[in-house]
Design a protein around this ligand. Structure first.
Ligand code: ME8
Length: 636
């Protein structure tokens, strides 16, 4: 297998102190779509997920459930495994950190690092709560008291083993700078480079067994167990059997990790340093997505808004759920989940656009030519842009998948669906069928429709595996599809087509619990925009941004490229204001931007947000503040 065709993708291993929810499902679904795409392209793929089962939190959850940590982990790990099976996830392996194959590798790496002088005994100090029997991090401490016990913390110092992480700081910065796509998207790379501007500390990698029993004993001192992150990260290596195992040698050089922003630091800082110290190759890419909120709020048990995927897949099917989460979230930015938005997309994109197309096209072929695909027309003379639209979609899907931009891949496929729907409307096969002199034309139109559906049955397979399989079956396609099959003109004349309707039944939005009455936006009347709900408005992330630099976009009269600060991060935006402002007049201004706008490439420059401005009769004015606020402040 050559380098370019081997691909190893991992999801985080999820803690077993909670059952799978929307967030876990999103990561696992996009990983699944990615590996399905790579397998379709002919790559040699390994896809790993699993569960993280050691540490304080699990031990406490087990204690409050009145069972042993192992029994507890067995149960919840099983729930994850079943959930992924139910969602049609095609992982090749499922690792649990309590498995001997994992603990062996963790201990071997620890021993190796200890022998190499990378681990030393030192003193760890922290804020301890005796009620919780654990340390709290600075970030967790609000108001100086334990949130559970309302008692003050005690500063405790204890001996622990440390990994000499600090000595890798310079190397890590250089590695990230040399490899611009090491951490993607860029905002997370910048966040880590920002973090690495401060001195990097050594990492405490042990916990005394007197405090915590539930972990992997250190091989060189069994009065300690391994810190849960040091244990957990190694799963990516142990699941392949560790160094020397043929599976490890095949897949490790091609590893990419997929995570959300919550666990960026362990993956972008600890893990590369650990690998470097252990003499193992560093992973290729870290792909980071952002967070789901639900109805505009953080998902949390105490609010009671935790979305369980099964509640939606049971009602609307796996494909609809996969489609919604991949289409709705811009990879790298936060997104909001609501049943209303879910049903809106299901009806508009799946029932109307795709479902209707499939049903219309297969019905026309069955009714007008007895379900037998006519011979392909000579396209030069025939004049349709459907093959070109397919080519464009294929290219865009390939480019989007390189960048984990699932929303763009689906948008490109729906452009194609739209083009084919328009083609049905304009070519009017029902009218051609009435006129016997138009027979050749009718055949050409029906061939085009059949071929478009066949190609969709291939290209949709990674994203909507069930619907794609049904489309392929209706088009008489058997066997495993390959990406190369989605090339125009491969459909053989005489192939038998069957009617396929009801691929995605329309949902009655009132009955669904989603209260929106129409999936198409209400018309804008007489210059007055239709009303927006508070939740819809709340989806806009408006922020104060300080303009750090401004320059014209080459070859454009209207566009300026702006570099802005949002406090914690810098962004590049493109704004159509060059005819109204000189670049120098903008630098230093505090403006208002839409921070969660889908990124767009405008004249070759990637824009990550939009500057708000008012216009009237040819005058344009950007919104500024009438009192100073720090960049990054939220605007409501
Ligand atoms: O952190 N939106 O496990 P975990 C999007 N065991 N994704 C979300 C999410 C949300 N609101 N909430 C969770 C751990 N996720 C460690 C990982 S890896 C060596 C050890 C997803 O159960 C997302 O993938 O807390 C996030 O990174 C992960 O769940 C955290 O899962």
């Amino acid at each position: 297998m050559s380098d370019a065709t081997t691909f190893y993708l991992t999801t985080p291993i999820y803690y077993v102190n909670a059952t799978p929810h929307l967030g876990h499902a999103y990561t696992t679904i996009v990983a699944d779509a990615m590996v399905r795409y790579r397998r379709l392209a002919g790559d040699n793929v390994w896809f790993l997920t699993g569960t993280d089962e050691h540490g304080d939190n699990i031990a406490r959850a087990a204690a409050s459930a009145g069972v042993s940590p192992q029994a507890y982990a067995d149960r919840i790990s099983g729930v994850f495994r079943e959930a992924w099976k139910g969602l049609g996830i095609t992982n090749d392996d499922f690792i649990r950190t309590t498995e001997p194959r994992h603990t062996t590798v963790v201990q071997a790496i620890l021993q190796k690092l200890r022998d190499a002088g990378e681990i030393y005994l030192g003193t760890y100090g922290g804020h301890y709560c005796f009620g919780c029997e654990r340390f709290y991090t600075e970030k967790e401490i609000v108001g100086g008291k334990c949130p559970d016990h309302q008692t003050p913390f005690t500063w405790i110092e204890e001996e622990n083993y440390f990994f000499k992480m600090s000595k890798y700081q310079g190397w890590l910065i250089e590695h990230i700078e040399r490899q611009p796509d090491f951490i993607r998207p860029e905002r997370y790379r910048n966040e880590i480079l920002g973090f690495l501007r401060e001195p990097l500390q050594d990492l405490s990698i042990s916990r005394p067994r007197t405090r915590l029993e539930w972990g992997i004993p250190l091989p060189f001192d069994d009065t300690y167990v391994t810190y849960v992150w040091f244990d957990a990260l190694i799963n990516y290596v142990s699941a392949l059997g560790g160094p020397g195992d043929p599976r490890f040698e095949t897949y490790w050089p091609h590893v990419q990790h997929l995570i959300a922003k919550d666990i960026l630091k362990p993956h972008a800082v600890y893990w590369p340093c650990m690998l470097k110290a252990a003499g193992l190759p560093i992973y290729r890419h870290l792909d980071v997505h952002a967070y789901w909120t639900v109805d505009g709020r953080k998902m949390s048990k105490s609010i009671g808004n935790v979305v369980e995927p099964s509640a939606f897949t049971g009602k609307y099917g796996n494909d609809a759920f996969r489609y919604f989460v991949m289409r709705e979230m811009v990879f790298g930015l936060d997104a909001d989940f609501s049943e209303k938005a879910f049903v809106g997309r299901l009806n508009a994109d799946l029932a109307n656009d795709l479902g209707n197309l499939v049903s219309r096209a297969t019905t026309l072929i069955v009714n007008f030519v007895g379900g037998l695909v006519p011979a392909p027309p000579s396209f030069a003379a025939f004049g349709t842009d459907v093959p070109d639209a397919l080519e464009k979609a294929r290219g865009e899907v390939a480019a989007a998948m390189e960048e984990f931009a699932f929303q763009r891949a689906l948008a490109a496929l729906w452009e194609f669906v739209g083009a084919v729907n328009r083609y049905v409307d304009t070519s009017q096969p029902w009218a051609l069928a009435k006129d016997s002199t138009q027979r050749a034309m009718l055949d050409g139109v029906l061939y085009t429709l059949a071929e478009a559906l066949r190609c969709l049955g291939v290209l949709l397979a990674p994203f909507l595996p069930d619907a794609a399989a049904k489309i392929r079956a209706a088009l008489g396609q058997t066997g495993e599809p390959k990406l190369a099959d989605a090339e125009w003109g491969r459909l053989a004349a005489g192939t038998r087509v069957q009617k396929l309707s009801g691929l995605f039944p329309r949902i009655d939005e009132r009955a669904s619990g989603a209260t929106r009455t129409s999936s198409t936006p209400p018309a804008v009347q007489a210059g007055r925009a239709a009303p927006v709900t508070i939740a819809e408005f709340g989806r806009l992330d408006l922020r104060v941004a300080e303009i750090l630099a401004a320059e014209p976009v080459p070859k454009s009269r209207k566009l300026l490229k702006l570099t802005v600060s949002l406090g914690a991060e810098q962004r590049t935006l493109v704004a159509g204001i060059a005819e109204h402002y000189a670049p120098a007049d903008l630098v230093g201004k505090k403006v208002v931007v839409v921070a969660n706008l889908e990124p767009a490439t405008i004249m070759g420059v990637e824009s990550n947000g939009m500057v708000l401005a008012g216009t009237a009769e040819g005058t344009l004015a950007v919104l500024t503040l009438d009192r100073d606020l720090p960049p990054g402040s939220k605007v409501r």
